[in-house]
Design a protein around this ligand. Structure first.
Ligand code: ZN
Length: 421
């Protein structure tokens, strides 16, 4: 997996230190912010300690900082988060045939997928994992093991997805769901539409969630507005929150019906996680939720990536910047709003504190080549990812135009190696 291995930071220790250096501190020098300023950013104790004009902290940094990273030519952003991944099926397409739920297999694929997404910039990730049926609790055990091995690199949380929760078969599913939460699944989820009694399914999910104080994150295509409204009404008031996704069917409803449903979701305080890159279901159920309509109704909308190279999307990239690109290019969101859906709103879905590039906020950051957000959403190969104040992944892309006089006239890299966006 050459493209997903995080590399150690290429940072150099400061020299000329006259005081005791904080070995955990890190100075990011000369980064561009979205407001146009060029700044130095000092990180320490997993937080942003200070933001100053370029050069101001660099001088001070020779005394106070353990390491520095030159971010000249980079735009510094709050890091994205991935609110909708599938930990147990990710990267299973290549093997062909039915998905292997062998514990070691699932753990390896879930770890590799999380690292791939970390390389893209997502320093937190919510992974849906099936429980019950043939998997039992094996897949969840494997993803929880991946979570432990990834600590310090990325924050992986799991959603337990039981198949049936009603009737005779549902009793087993319900017991399994309670065990899953006790084992460490931090969110209760599933697909109510696949149960013979969707309302009973949602009731059971909400009951288990309130027993354990867990958030709820349910799959629905939302083609039945009455069912969705009922779900919203039932979910309303549950703390710490209810998320629905991918809600692609809302986009196929008449605008008036979709609008009324959006009002009901907003009134219930339900968050929608849309999946602009193709979703996680069958081809017939593709389609992105009507993001602008939902936002206009006051619904919090975040965007995730869904399937990552499994049978539903063998070419899934799991790149939050691609999701934001699609929200902007296909749904007409301003680049700032599109990026918000994969960063601030996605973190809110995960119950994580807000990140701003300001002193006191968590040091969860993504640096991309370029100087404007629109450019970064258009093309961003080169990325540096910071989690808990440490550089945890770095991707560098190089493009050369060979022997081209035209390229030379434009100042594009012709000989040697120039870093690409
Ligand atoms: Zn899904």
């Amino acid at each position: 997996m050459p493209d997903s291995q995080p590399q150690p930071p290429h940072s150099s220790s400061s020299s000329g230190s006259s005081g005791p250096a904080d070995p955990a501190a890190l100075l990011l020098c000369g980064a561009r912010l979205t407001d146009g300023r060029t700044v130095d950013v000092r990180l320490g104790g997993g937080r942003i300690e200070a933001v100053g004009t370029a050069g101001s902290l660099a001088a001070e940094g020779t005394r106070a900082c353990g390491a520095r990273v030159d971010l000249g030519g980079y735009l510094l952003l709050p890091a994205p988060a991935e609110p909708h991944a599938h930990g147990d099926t990710a990267l299973s397409a290549e093997a062909g045939g039915p998905v292997s739920y062998d514990t070691q297999d699932v753990q390896r694929r879930a770890t590799e997928a999380a690292l791939l997404q970390l390389g893209h910039g997502a320093t937190a990730l919510r992974a849906h994992v099936r429980v019950g049926d043939v998997q039992g609790l094996g897949a969840l055990t494997a993803v929880l093991q991946a979570r432990r091995s990834l600590r310090g690199l990325t924050e992986l949380t799991t959603v337990a997805m039981p198949r049936l929760l009603t009737g005779v078969a549902g009793a087993d599913g319900l017991a399994m769901l309670r065990d899953a939460v006790k084992m460490g699944a931090s969110v209760v989820g599933g697909c109510p539409d696949l149960d013979p009694d969707p309302t009973g399914y949602v009731e059971a999910v909400l009951e288990v969630a309130s027993e354990h104080g867990c958030p709820v994150d349910l799959h629905t295509d939302a083609t039945d507005p009455a069912r969705l409204a009922r779900l919203a009404a039932m979910a309303g008031g549950l703390r710490p929150g209810v998320t629905l996704g991918p809600c692609g069917g809302l986009g196929r409803l008449p605008a008036q019906v979709a609008s009324r449903t959006a009002d009901q979701l907003a009134a219930a305080g339900v968050t929608v996680v849309c999946l602009p890159q193709g979703g996680c279901g069958s081809v017939e159920r593709r389609g992105t939720a009507p993001v602008r309509l939902l936002r206009a109704a006051g619904v919090r909308v975040a965007a995730g990536s869904g399937a990552l190279r499994d049978v539903s999307n063998p070419v899934g990239r799991g790149d939050p910047l691609e999701a934001a690109y699609l929200l902007s290019s296909r749904h007409g969101l301003r680049p700032e709003d599109a990026y918000d859906a994969v960063s601030a709103s996605a973190r809110a879905v995960l119950g994580l504190p807000e990140v701003r590039v300001e002193a006191g906020f968590p040091a969860e950051l993504l640096a991309v080549r370029g100087d404007r957000l629109a450019g970064a959403l258009s093309l961003a190969y080169s990325r540096i990812v910071v989690h808990r104040g440490r550089v945890v992944a770095r991707t560098s892309a190089v493009r050369e135009y060979c022997n081209s006089a035209v390229a030379a006239e434009l100042g594009l890299p012709r000989q040697g190696r120039g870093e690409l966006s």
